[in-house]
Write a protein that binds this ligand. Structure first.
Ligand SMILES: *Cc1c(COP(=O)(O)O)cnc(C)c1O
Length: 423
């Protein structure tokens, strides 16, 4: 978009015209000692707390206090079915069918449980392909799966790397890897939006390509859920996992999401780890010997889930449901486009934006490489009340979140960055 303008007045005008402007007030924005709100640019790390979260959690605390075990049936939101209150909204957020989605466990745990079912190594096809800059937890997880199955974690891992001097990944390179090694690869596991570069991959393209070579395909969408339109069902991926404490604002360490494509929903022969919560709901409490598999993503649950954490997820999802991903991503594209426009004024000799410039290939995060910078830059920003994320040696990651960040936030951030760089 080329109609962006410089100056604070323009930013304030955009905030005035913003159809989501009332949502900022529905969040707790942390403040500095002087009582001024931080410019919070780390919703990609831990989303802010919606003000309504407290009442959702309190409801469950009160029902527990007043009802004890009876709360499973008698609570305002009966605990026995609590996860079902989340499924529909969560499915909408990630573009899936309700039968494909479950909220359970934590992210890396879900990744392992998915690999129990979808990483099925054989003597000739046992390798796992990941992006070279995968989030460390994902890399550790797939390496440990290789070792668990008795394979060498170096020989078994294939990395999709950027070309020399580049940061972003190129699909032609992925095709070439698959042409050469496709027959040896059991699983392709990619971060749907790369946590470092902010590159949003074409999930459908990767899944289609992987399936053509007989590989299973899964995505870690921790940086995608609540940030971009993932269209998981359409993508055809076998599985996906994500957390809810980043863009989904559900609190530190909160439960994670999991997607299993509909075509696997009724397969009884898929290997998996099970518990009583994977068992048919009608007969779960008969405590019989024979196991009766629940269909769909629900069938991967193990335990009765933590309701307090789910209450916080419900508070957030109710807000996402009200807003809808369409409006959210519309604003997000404008806001991040404006951020990019302002950053470009600083000059290409000073900063380089690593994140793709095509709005369809990114979410709200921009990863900014600053020439000759070190961590003191990040410290100065923090001191000025701008909360961003630093990655050695010279990259700042900032994520203006459409629900609670403003054009004014972005304006003030770039202004401060400029003044620090000019010191
Ligand atoms: C945030 C993040 C994680 C963190 O995993 P947890 O199990 O929630 O601690 C893992 N992978 C990716 C890609 C992430 O962005």
């Amino acid at each position: 978009m080329s109609d962006y303008k410089l100056g604070l007045e323009y930013a304030l005008q955009q905030d005035q015209n913003d159809e989501l402007k009332t949502y900022r007030d529905q969040f707790h924005i942390p403040k500095n000692k002087e009582g001024n709100p931080w410019i919070y640019m780390t919703g990609n790390s831990l989303g802010l707390q919606p003000k309504q979260t407290k009442s959702y959690v309190n409801q469950e605390l009160e029902d527990w206090a007043n009802l004890g075990v009876e709360g499973h049936f008698e609570a305002k939101n009966p605990w026995l079915a609590y996860h079902e209150f989340l499924t529909k909204s969560m499915a909408k957020v990630v573009g899936a069918k309700p039968i494909e989605v479950i909220v359970m466990n934590t992210l890396t745990a879900n990744l392992h449980f998915m690999m129990v079912s979808f990483y099925k190594p054989t003597k000739t096809r046992y390798k796992i392909l990941i992006e070279s800059d995968a989030f460390p937890s994902d890399k550790y997880a797939v390496e440990s799966q290789l070792r668990h199955h008795g394979y060498d974690d170096k020989a078994g891992l294939i990395l999709w790397k950027p070309r020399k001097g580049e940061e972003l990944l190129n699909y032609n390179d992925l095709e070439n890897i698959l042409k050469k090694h496709g027959h040896e690869i059991a699983l392709i596991m990619i971060g749907g939006v790369n946590y470092y570069t902010g590159q949003y991959f074409d999930l459908k393209r990767i899944a289609t390509l992987g399936h053509k070579y007989g590989c299973n395909v899964g995505f870690d969408c921790a940086h995608g859920a609540g940030n971009v339109n993932l269209n998981l069902h359409e993508s055809g991926a076998d599985f996906a996992v994500w957390c809810t404490y980043k863009y989904l604002n559900s609190g530190p360490g909160s439960l994670a999401g999991c997607f299993v494509h509909e075509r696997h929903a009724h397969k009884k022969d898929l290997n998996r780890f099970t518990g009583w919560w994977s068992h048919n709901k009608q007969t779960r409490f008969n405590m019989r010997d024979e196991f009766d598999q629940l269909p769909g993503a629900e069938g991967w649950q193990l335990s009765n889930p933590p309701i307090l954490s789910m209450a916080a997820i419900k508070a957030s999802l109710d807000m996402f449901h009200e807003v809808g991903m369409e409006k959210l991503t519309n604003k997000s594209k404008k806001l991040t486009g404006y951020f990019e426009y302002l950053l470009k004024q600083l000059g290409e000799d000073v900063i380089k934006i690593i994140t793709p410039s095509n709005p369809e290939e990114r979410g709200c995060q921009l990863s900014i490489q600053v020439k000759n910078a070190d961590k003191t830059l990040h410290n100065k920003l923090t001191k000025a009340g701008i909360i961003s994320d630093w990655r050695e040696p010279d990259v700042i990651r900032c994520a203006p979140v459409p629900l609670y960040n403003s054009f004014e936030d972005v304006y003030r951030l770039v202004k401060k960055l400029k003044s620090i760089l000019n010191e």
